[in-house]
Ligand binder design. Structure first.
Ligand code: FES
Ligand code: FES
Length: 159
């Protein structure tokens, strides 16, 4: 369509093509163009982590990144961690440890957590986990349980 640009990437393993306006941020492309509501818009300014997704193995704030910049990329959203019938280890740990209250921050928390679990340089103390998760704000203050969930998942997630 006029005024749009085509972008091709893989999202949760699925090759995907989208026509987006050049100013569409990745977060809106995921939520609106692709109809995947798991990734949340919190601050819309790179300050809360609710919109975090993985791109080529690293974590980014999808609210700050233009969709058209992601041609050829491999993107993973919270939907890629598992679903209701087949929860991933991290999702189970968040459930078991009450790692959420309203749940608004949870997808972003899990995307960052999943990344830090894979990084063996990051320690496992409460302090280490809190530091590594400091870009993810929880307005409900569920931090204690979030940290417990991540520490528990550490033994169960490979990578
Ligand atoms: Fe992207 Fe808050 S919505 S960091
Ligand atoms: Fe409500 Fe974190 S559970 S913002």
């Amino acid at each position: 369509a006029a005024g749009t640009q085509r972008v091709s990437f893989k999202i949760n393993g699925e090759p995907t093509q989208l026509d987006v306006t050049p100013n569409t941020v990745l977060l809106d492309a995921i939520r609106h163009n692709l109809g995947m509501p798991g990734t949340k818009k919190g601050c819309d300014h790179g300050q809360c982590g609710a919109c975090n997704v993985h791109v080529n193995g690293t974590v980014i704030n999808s609210c700050l990144s233009l969709a058209v910049m992601h041609d050829g990329d491999e993107i993973t959203t919270v939907e890629g961690l598992g679903d209701a019938d087949n929860l991933g280890a991290l999702q189970r740990a968040f459930l078991e440890h009450d790692g959420y209250q309203c749940g608004y921050c949870t997808a972003g928390q899990m995307m960052t957590a999943c990344y830090i679990l894979a990084d063996k340089r990051i320690g496992t103390s409460d302090r280490d986990v809190r530091d590594a998760m400091s870009g993810n704000i929880c307005r409900c203050g569920a931090y204690k349980n979030i940290v417990a969930a991540i520490q528990d998942a550490r033994g169960k997630v490979s990578g």
